[in-house]
Design a protein around this ligand. Structure first.
Ligand code: BG6
Length: 509
């Protein structure tokens, strides 16, 4: 059995049984941040509520705040009450609260890390965590070297035959290929690769994992999933929110580094990869690495990419500031809030099929989808007027918010003439399943505690993703200010041109 995985009495291969984490604790660095409050703490409670955490599970917060265990407990309580997915139950909370500890200190404070090591030891003795500990670095990358070195210094990074130690890191994994390599080297100096869990929370989403089920559990789609039938693929991640309050993270980073390098290239990889020989982590990663290795930007980049920055204006009846007026952004910021790129997967299956990938803030609505757009039928035995309203067949994986899959095809309009028009056939999670989907972070935190790496991008995937994006980022860096676009629109005019040059159009989801 894999070291540190769940209850030894159950067979871990039996997928019908709930996957319950074995004895363990989680240490969160950056516990006062937004991610921790809105996502991590609620996810831990939700796991507890679903009975997926071990009895002695313990949560340790590490931060500079002058808090006692109870103060930190209160923070977790408030975060859970506000953001948890499952209902608040006193009994679940009380059990969880017994294992909550706080260690006060800064990252360069040796004493604080020694106290942390003692706390981990105490929890092992008092609550039976076995010393198994995951360290969640919800902190900026500049702090990784000092924190990982501290963990190594006080013996917390060292796994043994009986005790596992894992580190969880959040993006950004660098800002280009060179810095990503540096960062990986720093982390790997202390934690071996198999103990490093890089979070890409898109992989924790049910709808994203369903891409693999849709493709590889069915006979229907795979025969036409190639350049013979597919005209192009559109991957869209649109958000209607702006960047107020996020300047510290976003300024100088921009839309492409923020979500294309990670979430959207992972969507591309799952959509375009070959069937893995199994769903073992290594087999899955092998296929993702192959497809990312074959993915390249299509040029000339002036015509095949677009970048924009939202201007001030009106959105949903409200006046909203432009990026340059958002607090913390420089008045001449060149950070893009919209990015669209054209990629090609250079292999036999996909050669010649453009993958258009776009993302933006303050767009018309919040929607993430993968749309596989099929070629038109080679011949239409109808009058041209009958098919004027017939578009391209499409298979749309609706990642969020209206989770499901849509198939679009032509159908006869009822009546005495042969008129064909596009119709859709929908699968919606809400209709098909009674259970609601867990939050991405529930799944990912559970997998960390179980030592199950399938849903975490490997080092190589991260580096290959930068390799794809770097030439585009270098090209943009020479260009100065991105093109402005209206809030509530679908991006700058150059984004439209990117597709219209080849007679195609972006979907308006
Ligand atoms: C994060 C990005 O990774 O994903 C944010 O940093 C973005 O800019 C967020 O808003 C979107 O996540 P989700 O799950 O709401 O699509």
């Amino acid at each position: 059995m894999r070291q540190g995985s769940a209850n030894p009495l159950r067979d871990p291969r039996d997928k019908r049984l709930p996957r319950i984490a074995g004895p363990s604790s989680l240490v969160i660095f950056g516990v006062t941040g937004d991610l921790s409050r809105k996502k991590l703490m609620p996810a831990i409670y939700d796991l507890a509520h679903r009975g997926l955490l071990p009895a002695g599970f313990s949560l340790i917060g590490f931060a500079r705040r002058d808090w006692a265990d109870q103060d930190f407990g209160q923070q977790v309580h408030d975060a859970v009450a506000e953001y948890a997915r499952t209902p608040f139950r006193e009994s679940v909370w009380n059990r969880l609260a017994e294992g909550i500890r706080f260690v006060q200190g800064s990252f360069d404070d040796d004493d604080a890390f020694d106290r942390l090591a003692r706390t981990v030891q105490e929890l092992s003795e008092e609550r039976g965590t076995g010393g198994n500990t995951a360290f969640y670095l919800s902190i900026p990358p500049w702090a990784f070297p000092v924190v990982t070195k501290q963990l190594a210094r006080c013996g917390l990074a060292q796994s043994s035959a009986d005790v596992w130690r894992r580190v969880v890191i959040e993006k950004p994994f660098g800002h280009d290929l060179a810095s990503a390599k540096e960062l990986n080297a720093i982390v790997n100096e202390v934690f071996p690769e198999e103990s490093v869990f890089r979070i890409d929370h898109y992989l924790g989403k049910e709808t994203v994992q369903n891409i693999l089920a849709l493709r590889f559990a069915n006979q229907l789609f795979e025969p036409i999933w190639n350049s013979n039938y597919v005209d192009h693929v559109q991957i869209t991640m649109a958000e209607d929110i702006g960047l107020g309050g996020r300047a510290g993270y976003y300024e100088g980073i921009g839309a492409a580094r923020d979500v294309i390098q990670n979430h959207l290239l992972q969507l591309l990889a799952l959509t375009a990869m070959e069937e893995p020989v199994s769903f073992e982590p290594r087999a899955l990663r092998t296929e993702k690495v192959k497809v990312l290795g074959a993915t390249k930007p299509v040029g000339p980049l002036d015509e095949t990419t677009a970048r924009g920055q939202y201007a001030g204006g009106w959105q949903g009846g409200k006046k909203v500031p432009g990026l340059l007026q958002e607090p913390g952004f420089s008045k001449d910021s060149t950070t893009e809030t919209y990015a669209a790129v054209t990629l090609e997967v250079r292999n036999r299956r996909w050669a010649g099929v453009p993958f258009y990938v776009r993302t933006g803030k303050r767009l018309g609505r919040r929607v993430t989808e993968v749309a596989v757009m099929f070629k038109r039928a080679p011949h239409l035995p109808f009058d041209t007027t009958s098919t004027e309203e017939l578009g391209q067949n499409a298979l749309v994986i609706r990642v969020q918010p209206d989770e499901g899959v849509t198939m679009r095809f032509g159908s006869k309009v009822p009546g005495t003439t042969m008129e064909v028009r596009d119709v859709t056939m929908d699968f919606g999670y809400g209709h098909a399943f009674t259970e609601t989907s867990p939050e991405a972070y529930e799944r990912l935190i559970l997998d960390v505690l179980l030592g199950e790496p399938s849903l975490f991008p490997a080092n190589e995937e991260v580096e290959l993703s930068w390799r794809i994006l770097d030439p585009i980022l270098e090209h943009w860096a020479k260009q100065g200010t991105p093109e402005p676009y209206e809030p509530g629109s679908w991006g700058p005019p150059s984004a439209e041109a990117l597709l219209s040059r080849s007679g195609r159009h972006w979907r308006r989801p």
